[in-house]
Design a protein around this ligand. Structure first.
Ligand SMILES: [Zn+2]
Ligand SMILES: [Zn+2]
Length: 389
């Protein structure tokens, strides 16, 4: 596979960096040591390094040429997960209960590798912002960086992201225009009935039965209200009720999540869930309240940028067949979505090979992917910000 030769030359060093990051994982917004490591490497490369956006965020700027050329942002995530690693290798996590189970150690290393190559070769004309964001895993570090002024302080015309995917071969990619990752909202339903002796249900209003009907009725949103060609998941994941065999409780709590690719459908969900919750509860003479928490938006690639990224990926992969242009979008969520809401750009998947899945205690980022991903970043910059002849 035609990875960039110069990057292949320092691949061993990058693998060492990745192992170092993997040994000392940090949870979202606590990436102090990680940010220090990143800033130190970037400083050594002679880049202008800024710290503190969203707390532990790091942004480095590399301008080559007049400074009037186009500006692009490349983004990697840095945080780990609260999982006990179940691997024995030398670089396994030294922090029990915290591990890089999503490969953000690899993402960080690939972007550092690209920075090293680009700072050295300077074979482009324009500005690259290397964005290292904290807290991708559910805490919205990307959103926080934007709120802290990311794109005002470090302006870009376009922004790009990348994530490894187990199951795709090393050296291969997948990318598509439009939504590639889903939006993720969470909801809670509080159902209030009237408790009673379990042997005398007619004396109360049973919230367990009401909650059960709500769970079933929520299933009809996907099956009866959605265009069958569109994707929507509504899952109730918690049902908290009662303490005893013989007591009907006063109230119950349901919790769950909605995953949806189309932002317009996402807009309709609070109202649709609310109507079901109110309607079912009142049918049984109970009261219910829906609390809807809007989460990460869908990750939506722009047409032009994803076509461009597919070309870059084909070059790095070495063949057209090695880039899947019609992957099924994931119903998982990703907070790079906030950056794509502000700027056009593209989020691509790169293969991690036949490894344990993301967020699995035996997962590990594939070292062979590092040079591939770093080469992709490097080539993307050189193609998008070409030197004028
Ligand atoms: Zn993850
Ligand atoms: Zn991840």
């Amino acid at each position: 596979m035609p990875i960039v030769n110069r990057i292949a030359e320092f691949e061993a060093e990058l693998i060492e960096w990745r192992h170092q990051l993997h040994k000392f994982p940090e949870l979202g917004f606590e990436e102090h040591q990680t940010a220090e490591f990143i800033a130190e490497k970037l400083n050594q490369l002679g880049l202008e390094v800024n710290r503190g956006l969203a707390g532990t965020g790091v942004v480095a700027t590399l301008t080559v040429g007049s400074g009037n050329g186009p500006k692009i942002g490349l983004r990697a995530d840095m945080d780990a997960l609260p999982i006990l690693e179940r691997s024995e290798f030398e670089h396994a996590s030294k922090k029990p209960g915290v591990m890089h189970a999503c490969g953000h150690d690899g993402h960080t290393t690939m972007l550092l590798g690209a920075a090293k190559y680009l700072a050295e070769t300077k074979n482009f004309d324009g500005t690259v912002q290397f964005i290292f964001q904290p807290a991708e895993e559910g805490k919205g570090g990307g959103e926080k960086m934007i709120a802290d002024g990311l794109f005002e302080l470090f302006p870009v015309d376009e922004v790009y992201g990348m994530h490894n995917i187990p199951g795709i071969k090393v050296g291969e990619f997948a990318v598509c225009p439009g939504p590639i990752m889903a939006a993720r909202d969470n909801f809670e339903v509080f159902v209030k009935g009237r408790g009673s002796h379990a042997a005398m249900p007619h004396q109360g209003v049973d919230p367990v039965v009401v909650g059960s009907h709500i769970v079933l009725a929520l299933q009809t949103i996907t099956s009866r209200n959605m265009d069958p060609q569109k994707s929507l998941v509504v899952s109730v994941t918690q049902f908290h009720a009662g303490e005893a065999f013989n007591i009907i409780p006063d109230e119950i709590i349901l919790r769950g999540t909605c995953r949806v690719l189309d932002p317009q459908i996402q807009e309709t969900l609070p109202e649709r869930l609310g109507r079901i919750v109110d309607g079912v509860a009142s049918t049984f003479g109970a009261k219910a309240e829906l609390v809807y928490h809007k989460g990460y938006p869908a990750t939506v690639n722009s047409q032009q940028a994803s076509e461009f990224c597919a070309e870059v990926a084909k070059e790095i992969a070495g063949s057209n067949e090695a880039v899947d242009l019609k992957p099924a979008p994931s119903m998982g969520a990703e907070d790079f979505s906030y950056m794509l809401q502000k700027k056009p750009g593209c989020y691509i998947w790169t293969g991690n090979g036949d490894t344990a899945g993301l967020h699995h205690p035996e997962y590990d980022f594939n070292d062979e992917t590092i040079a591939v991903g770093a080469s992709y970043w490097a080539r993307l910059v050189e193609k998008r910000l070409p030197k004028s002849p």
